[in-house]
Design a protein around this ligand. Structure first.
Ligand SMILES: NC(=O)c1ccc[n+]([C@@H]2O[C@H](COP(=O)([O-])OP(=O)(O)OC[C@H]3O[C@@H](n4cnc5c(N)ncnc54)[C@H](O)[C@@H]3O)[C@@H](O)[C@H]2O)c1
Length: 338
């Protein structure tokens, strides 16, 4: 019998990579549910449709539409909930819309599962933004980046939650509901608090998806605006490594139902904004134009995920180094933008 899988946000960057991978197994029947509100993702949908897989269905729908959510959830075995309003900047401009999609939309999905498909496995993409600004970290300012004093290995799941920005609040609310639906109703849920994810099919812009955004601007010879001093540090993870963790969680659901995992490139795979710019200048063999602007709210000076729990409990390990991953994305983007 086919496994029926729902991927919300299935036309988005992570969604399209996930759906394409799931479709390779003929035993999977995959429904991508997306309202196509993110600019550029209609290209992802066309690409998926062009794969011509008989086990693929697209439903244009909104997670804020409870009636439709209930319809689409019926008979589903596995849910990957990725649909979201993803930009901190837009959340500041329109907090109600942000909350409705990220928090209420997630609750609709959970409740629909509880009512109609309580046996489902529910994987949720949360964010490292639930840990806030991390203003207490003792930072040392270097030439190209901030560093943490001492033997800093990253932020683990025991860190206090500190929702900062409407996006942080709405995703954090969803994150806690997803976990609680396991505690209260026994739903088999898993939460991934993701750092910066990058890779093919990412239409990064100034508001979200900075690695792809820098690459697109560099290819087009357009200026990049650096908010803050550019020394802020992020751990970066290529999307194929994220998907490995999703699959492991599903395979080992008995062990990890109700769990929360931080996931990112970890301490070995970090870039500051200025360092990524230098790396790209070497790769493109040209100067990239940029200018500085004010810091944005909630922008962490450093975020590095401590992946120890995920490694120990699920046996996950990222494979692509930051250099190989970024080169892979440059190659994809050059072909795509041709
Ligand atoms: N990419 C990252 O670096 C990153 C980091 C942390 C967390 N996340 C989370 O991962 C998930 C996927 O992110 P992504 O990078 O693929 O973003 P994305 O913007 O490419 O994908 C999100 C998709 O959701 C759809 N969508 C938005 N509002 C919707 C609604 N109301 N109803 C139905 N569909 C809607 C969009 O059209 C888009 O296709 C999000 O939940 C995001 O918060 C991403």
């Amino acid at each position: 019998m086919k496994r029926k899988i729902l991927v919300t946000g299935g036309a988005g960057f992570i969604g399209v990579n996930l759906v394409a991978e799931l479709l390779r197994q003929p035993d999977n029947y995959v429904i991508a549910y997306d309202n196509l509100s993110r600019s550029g993702v209609e290209n992802n949908l066309r690409w998926l449709q062009a794969l011509n897989r008989p086990n693929f269905e697209f439903v244009r729908g909104d997670v804020r539409d409870y009636k439709k959510v209930k319809q689409v959830i019926s008979g589903v075995d596995l849910v990957y909930h990725l649909a979201a309003q993803v930009a901190v900047t837009s959340s500041v401009a329109q907090p109600l819309e942000d909350f409705m999609t990220n928090a209420t939309g997630t609750l609709y999905l959970l409740e629909a599962c509880r009512q109609a498909s309580p046996q489902v496995i529910f994987v949720f993409s949360s964010t490292n933004k639930v840990y806030g600004e991390l203003a207490d970290l003792k930072l040392i300012e270097g030439k190209t980046r901030y560093r943490c004093s001492g033997n800093f290995r990253g932020i683990d799941e025991n860190r206090n939650l500190d929702f900062h920005s409407p996006y942080g609040c709405s995703k954090g609310t969803a994150d806690q509901y997803v976990r609680d639906y396991h505690r209260i109703y026994g739903l088999k849920t898993v939460v991934f608090r993701q750092s910066c994810i990058y890779g093919p099919h990412q239409f990064g812009n100034e508001d979200q998806g900075w690695v792809a955004h820098f690459i697109i601007r560099a290819i087009r010879n357009e200026e990049i605006v650096i908010y803050g001093d550019g020394k802020q540090v992020r751990d970066v993870l290529e999307v194929s490594d994220l998907l490995k963790a999703y699959h492991l969680a599903v395979r080992k659901i008995k062990k990890c139902a109700g769990e929360i995992y931080n996931i990112g490139g970890g301490i070995e795979n970090t870039f500051s904004l200025m360092e990524l710019l230098s790396f790209l200048e070497k790769e493109f063999k040209k100067e990239i134009r940029y200018e500085f602007s004010n810091w944005r709210p909630g922008d962490q000076k450093i975020f590095v995920s401590d992946n120890t729990k995920l490694i120990n409990e699920l046996g996950w390990k990222p494979i692509l180094s930051r250099e190989r991953g970024v080169k892979k994305l440059i190659a994809w983007m050059k072909k795509y933008l041709k």
